[in-house]
Design a protein around this ligand. Sequence first.
Ligand code: KIV
Length: 265
Amino acid sequence: MTPAITAQTLKQMKARGERFSCLTAYDASFAQQIAAAGIEVQLVGDSLGMVIQGKESTLPVSMDEMIYHSRAVRRASGSSLVMVDMPFMSCITPEQALENAGRLMKEGGAHMVKVEGGHTMLEAVRLLSAHGVPVCSHLGLLPQSVYKLGGYKVQGRDEAAADRILADAIALEAAGADILLLECVPAALAKKITAAITLPVIGIGAGVECDGQVLVVYDMLGITPGKRPKFSKNFLLDARDIPEALHNYAKAVKSATFPTEQQSF
Ligand code: KIV
């Protein structure tokens, strides 16, 4: 079944200046609730390695695990677009990326795949796009590179780094990406990138000027162990139950009341 929401829908929403929301989903029960709240995009994120499996990072997550969770989400995702992460080391060559993206779509039911990285992923994005695979490119903080980056830190703070991220965004659009996800970058940089490209931009820790927002569902329900990230908010605190918290999140994104300056960099 074609999802009611596609990359084209999100592009039209961007053109109309209408914001959209996204949450991570890892199972059918949450997928059903997220769809019922009218949330346009569900991300089967490799964050499942941390929030579901309790691992230290997203790196150990396998293709088979992504497919397992994607199938569960797709059984109840309704009209949401389901985007699925390409896990660490699944895109070493463009050909390998194509084979693995094919598995996520054919076996997992993904509507779109998400690929971390900029200039190093241009060939892979070109090949995926040429074969009809919708792609979300992920720039800024790349959790799969956490050990290289030295931690979960804000990216693009200095001018040279900001220029590199902007150049990557423009190049990824030209290579055929359908959506861009920006993680943990200064709000001013996210605003500049969102204005510079026609791709819908989803932010997480990237300020309110992105076209859409994404959060890890466990963070926004206050059940992630440890300290909640600065850019997140516990929507359950002001809600009677989980459906109301999801609904309030969608409303806050649409009305640009989330994230606030305090939740941005
Ligand atoms: O895996 C994930 O949940 C993600 C989000 C942090 C955007 O990539």
